[in-house]
Ligand binder design. Structure first.
Ligand code: AOS
Ligand code: ZN
Ligand code: ZN
Length: 422
């Protein structure tokens, strides 16, 4: 385990922090509740984001990447010690195979981590697989391919059960590249039929999260292409099936916050894959392109969850799905968690009563003033205070750099490691 000198580091920065905190805290009338909510809020880290991502044009891996599942877990453990907000990890099978689940669970528990949703992978052909997913998996025209993909998903559930997870996350690349390639209705029916068989294998307290995406790797149609198609499947499947919103899986300018608000209303919102994008499924650091959109999403979440009496921290799944090419993955993830919590904190500052009043009076300018007053508040000192109170770092990235954590990872693991995954 990395030796992080958190207290020493906090000590050096405490005076500066206190000044900034006092300044913002003075104007927050629900301060205790905001701080408590921030302390309770955790976001799962995907195992595939701990290595450097790449594109089909190349991959430039950084040094000291985790070489196996244990090292991925210890990286998440370190992020969690720094920010106290990343207490779980999401595995992707077969990129991560927990051969000995007991040992893996114990290893994770050492860092205070548990296992979030497990992800199946039928978008790549696996070694020794009999059937190919070249033309899709759960939607395939050939029953033998569908059966193989169904069996894989059921196996992933079994791994998840051993790890103490309680959700299966399904993302399909199934679709078509050219008009005429596919019968849409048959593809949808096959998908539904396959998902029904997977659904039947879910333990009682489990959920299946159905992710949608408009394009890539298929460029003409995707069989679960948007939230309507995902929601249709989820409602036909039953209560345990929900729609997962990956922020990057929308065509430019889609009003994601409106989708979120309706899914929440229908009790069909599984949760999120957070990332940011300018063009499509860019998987950029959360909050790096459009933090206002993220805030507006959180505004819907806070309002909708309060209306339903849902616990903000555990009511739905919170996860990052980003992986970047040119950054240190650990710094990237720390930035993403911070961006999510900033948006959340700002949403907690919205004067909801006043907003309801403005809406009822159709006072459009006032409504905007109310939202933007919250959005334009620098809430970073509130996040830092929440971290301080839970034993985390006032400034995780500064500490990570000052204590040269990456260098020591390179020393331990080598300069040319490649994490399994993308
Ligand atoms: C793919 O675009 C999706 O976002 C999935 O969530 C996928 O399983 C994950 O990104 C790993 O590739
Ligand atoms: Zn995703
Ligand atoms: Zn994606």
């Amino acid at each position: 385990m990395e030796q992080l000198k958190i207290d020493e580091h906090n000590h050096l920065h405490i005076k500066n922090h206190q000044r900034k905190f006092d300044f913002v805290a003075e104007d927050v009338n629900n301060l205790d509740s905001v701080l408590q909510k921030l302390q309770a809020f955790n976001i799962a880290i995907p195992s595939w984001a701990l290595g450097t991502g790449g594109t089909r044009f190349g991959r430039f891996s950084g040094g000291g990447e985790p070489r196996n599942l244990e090292e991925k877990i210890s990286d998440v453990g370190m992020i969690h010690r720094l920010n106290r907000s990343s207490n779980s990890i999401s595995l992707h099978i077969p990129w991560d195979i927990p051969e000995n689940a007991m040992a893996i669970k114990a290893h994770a528990a050492q860092y205070g981590l548990h296992f979030d949703a497990v992800n199946s992978n039928t978008f790549q052909d696996q070694k020794d697989a009999k059937m190919s997913y070249k033309f899709g998996s759960l939607h395939h025209t050939d029953k033998a391919v569908r059966d193989q993909a169904i069996a894989h998903n059921i196996e992933v559930i079994k791994y998840g059960v051993e790890l103490g997870s309680n959700a299966l996350s399904v993302w399909l690349s199934d679709g078509s590249n050219f008009p005429g390639q596919l019968n849409f209705r048959n593809a949808f029916q096959n998908t539904l039929d396959s998902l029904q068989q997977i659904y039947a294998a879910l333990p009682d307290d489990w959920k299946v999260w159905i992710e949608y995406k408009p394009f890539e790797p298929n460029f003409y149609s995707t069989t679960i292409g948007d939230w309507g198609q995902s929601h249709l499947l989820a409602s036909k499947l039953g209560k345990k099936a929900l729609t997962l919103v990956d922020l990057g899986h929308h065509l430019p300018n889609t009003n994601i916050e409106q989708i979120v608000s309706l899914l929440l209303m229908e009790q069909k919102l599984a949760g999120f894959h957070f990332n940011d994008s300018k063009y499509g499924d860019d998987d950029l650091t959360v909050g790096s392109i459009n933090p206002y959109q993220l805030f507006l999403i959180f505004n819907e979440l806070v309002e909708g969850m309060d209306a339903r009496g849902l616990n903000h921290a555990t009511g739905i799944g919170w996860m990052i799905d980003a992986s970047h090419n040119v950054k240190d993955p650990i710094e990237d993830l720390i930035q993403s968690v911070e961006a999510i919590k900033i948006a959340y904190a700002q949403a907690l500052l919205v004067d909801t009563k006043a907003l309801v009043g403005a809406q009822l009076n159709n006072d459009v300018a006032k409504a905007q003033e109310i939202l933007q007053a919250a959005y334009r508040t620098d809430v970073r000192p509130l996040l830092a205070e929440a971290r301080l109170r839970t034993g985390g770092s006032l400034n995780p990235i500064a500490l990570y750099r000052e204590q040269a954590v990456r260098d020591s990872l390179i020393q331990q693991r080598g300069a040319k490691t490649v994490a399994t995954g993308l």
